[in-house]
Design a protein around this ligand. Structure first.
Ligand code: SF4
Length: 267
């Protein structure tokens, strides 16, 4: 499943695309079909991306020299990577009610806490690319798009392949969320890894890292694949419903196309 550069590749989708379509098909269409320019760049995106960069450096150091990263060094990475993410952004960052300094301090505490954890594992890949053909579990139809993804890290624990994914969160993840998480199902299916660990860096007053392990049964993988296939079929059929109400309605408040959504008619 890991990318063989000589192999011919097909058009692709990604977990992020499927997730966006599930949040709101209209938003997916704005982003991936009509390719509209985003109206705002939330600090959440920049913050999360900089956290990922720091953790990628920590895992890469472990992979290349089997050396841990000291907490002070992780903080130095953060200061560098957070500012670079802001400088490289395509537009000015919308900080909302949060200021730059608050975010910088928060990130420092979070990466420092992460670096205090013992990283007792063998890192075999960082930002590792994979591609997999997607087959409808009911009809056996092979979809015309492959799943393309990048694992935050791939590690060996007691000889078993384990995927590590890094997240930030303000609230503790529930057992239900971990068990139902579509990204975990997709990544475990696509890589054949036995387990996935979510390293969730908590944006709490006293920063902490919650590490959640999860795995999937074959039946759970099939359900997840069905969900991916349904998403792809909806996209192909041009089903671009606006999810303004219901459990996904709260995405409108942070949607980067909210004004264009208001002013455009049906698409
Ligand atoms: S504003 Fe709401 S309904 Fe409109 S595209 Fe964004 S998430 Fe969808």
């Amino acid at each position: 499943m890991f990318t063989d550069t000589d192999k011919e590749t097909k058009p692709h989708t990604s977990f992020s695309q499927i997730d966006t379509y599930q949040q709101c098909p209209r938003k997916w269409a704005f982003k991936y079909v009509y390719k509209l320019e985003r109206e705002r760049l939330s600090h959440y995106l920049i913050f999360g991306s900089a956290i990922h960069t720091v953790l990628a450096r920590i895992y890469a150091k472990k992979m290349l020299s089997n050396a841990p990263t000291a907490p002070e060094e992780a903080v130095d990475f953060w200061v560098e990577d957070f500012d670079r993410a802001i400088d490289d952004a395509e537009m000015s960052v919308d900080y909302g009610k949060t200021g730059y300094s608050d975010l910088q301090m928060l990130g420092m505490g979070m990466v420092e806490e992460f670096a205090k954890l013992p990283l007792i594992l063998e890192v075999v890949g960082v930002e590792k690319e994979f591609r997999a053909d997607i087959t409808d579990p009911v009809t056996g139809e092979v979809m015309d798009k492959q799943m393309l993804g990048y694992l935050d890290a791939l590690v060996l624990v007691d000889g078993e392949l384990v995927v590590h994914e890094h997240k930030t969160a303000a609230r503790k993840w529930s057992d239900r969320k971990i068990a139902d998480d579509l990204q975990a199902s997709v990544y475990l299916w696509a890589t054949g890894a036995s387990r996935l660990t979510f390293n969730v860096l908590m944006k709490t007053k006293v920063p902490r890292v919650d590490c959640h392990q999860t795995s999937r049964t074959e039946a759970e993988i099939e359900l997840a694949l069905q969900s991916v296939v349904n998403g792809l079929k909806g996209q192909q059929a041009g089903l671009f419903e606006a999810k303004r109400v219901g459990p996904y309605g709260n995405h409108c408040a942070t949607c980067e196309f909210a004004r264009q959504c208001e002013s455009r008619g049906p698409i």
